[in-house]
Design a protein around this ligand. Structure first.
Ligand code: UDP
Ligand code: MG
Length: 327
């Protein structure tokens, strides 16, 4: 069997502190995989600069100049982690047979890549990297992250528990994935929808080598909310169910007040009336808010704006020349 060409896709946003360390680890890994005969010599490491405001792009440029295994693309503006990964995957799919997306902060164990590639060679088209322990995370991170997966599952979004965005995806899957045109993207919930044979490999998650997380609680909440509203309509159903339930309750209330009136005890305090009005008002506001969220999503989807714009490409000149010669 022909050896697959692997592209390691790495989103980078203000990572000047870690990149000099982890870029070297990625290089060692790709050389090891090539040496072991698991992947083709044409495999590459593709950095996606998500419009960093520090020296990240400069570091990437230097790396590309010094070693042919490094490639880089840069986004025209910061669009967030998910879009950066997508940009890298879509770029890589034309050159690669398989891609592995991984963060550049050294938290995910790169040694799991060997097993991922082996699973691909055994016939899997998607291999999810799943962390089996969260010992290195703070209690808060662990708690919010686990709550996040539980909430998503409860809302009917199919996600692999404790899998973030460290995964192997074949270019065959990516070519199908290209037809998922939505603008609100939540990759880990979307790949299971593509189908194909998949499996998981387990690894231990380390601490960030340097720098700090770009996922504060506000971004985590935004990601959870996006994950739910872009992949599930359960919240809308829940509102309908709540509406029916409350209508039933108020029907009983009306019945009760009529009976009280008929038996001559019709003194109903205004307090209860005010409470009911407030409660219903609250429910309505929440409902309108959730519906508005979906309408907002429809608005964005209908516009179908590009999900990423690559402003610069570096490296790979040699590969392209080779290709021209071959054809
Ligand atoms: N990242 C990005 N764009 C952003 C924020 C983050 O490309 O707007 C990258 C970042 O460089 C890292 C990955 O996404 O490689 C994950 O971010 P981070 O480590 O901050 O998140 P955490 O691991 O804490 O969830
Ligand atoms: Mg991280």
């Amino acid at each position: 069997m022909k050896k697959p060409i692997l592209y390691i896709v790495i989103p980078c946003y203000n990572e000047e502190e870690v990149l000099p360390i982890t870029s070297f680890q990625f290089l060692k890994k790709i050389e090891e995989l090539i040496y072991k005969g698991l992947v083709d010599e044409k495999s590459r490491i593709l950095f996606v600069n998500d419009a960093s405001s520090d020296g990240t792009w400069k570091i990437i440029k230097n790396l590309v100049d010094t070693n042919k295994y490094y490639l880089g693309i840069s986004q025209s503006k910061n669009r967030g982690h998910q879009n950066a990964v997508l940009a890298g995957l879509m770029e890589a799919k034309n050159w690669a047979d398989i891609t592995i997306s991984i963060d550049c902060d050294g938290q995910d164990d790169i040694d799991a890549m060997n097993q991922m590639v082996e699973e691909y060679l055994n016939g899997c088209e998607i291999v999810y990297g799943v962390r089996n322990k969260r010992d290195t995370d703070t209690f808060f991170k662990k708690f919010t992250a686990e709550g996040f997966y539980k909430l998503l599952n409860a809302m009917g979004v199919e996600v692999i528990y404790n899998h973030a965005d460290y995964r192997l995806v074949s270019s065959r899957v990516l070519k199908e994935f290209e037809n998922f045109k939505e603008v609100n993207i939540f990759l880990r919930g979307m790949f299971p929808l593509v189908g194909f044979k998949s499996t998981s490999v387990y690894y231990e998650r380390h601490e960030r080598i340097a720098g700090r997380s770009h996922y504060p609680i506000s971004k985590m909440l935004a990601l959870a909310f996006d994950g739910i509203t872009s992949l599930s309509i359960k919240p809308i159903r829940f509102i309908t169910e709540m509406g029916i339930f409350i209508s039933l309750l108020s029907f009983i209330g009306v019945l009760w007040s009529i009976i009280m009136h008929l038996i001559g005890r019709g003194v109903v305090g205004w307090a209860s009336t005010v409470c009911i009005i407030c409660f219903i008002g609250g429910v309505q506001l929440v409902s309108i808010g959730v519906i508005g969220e979906y309408i907002g999503k429809i608005y964005l989807e209908v516009k179908a704006r590009p999900r990423y714009i690559i402003s610069e490409r570096i490296g790979g000149q040699q590969d392209k020349e080779d290709d021209v010669k071959e054809t």
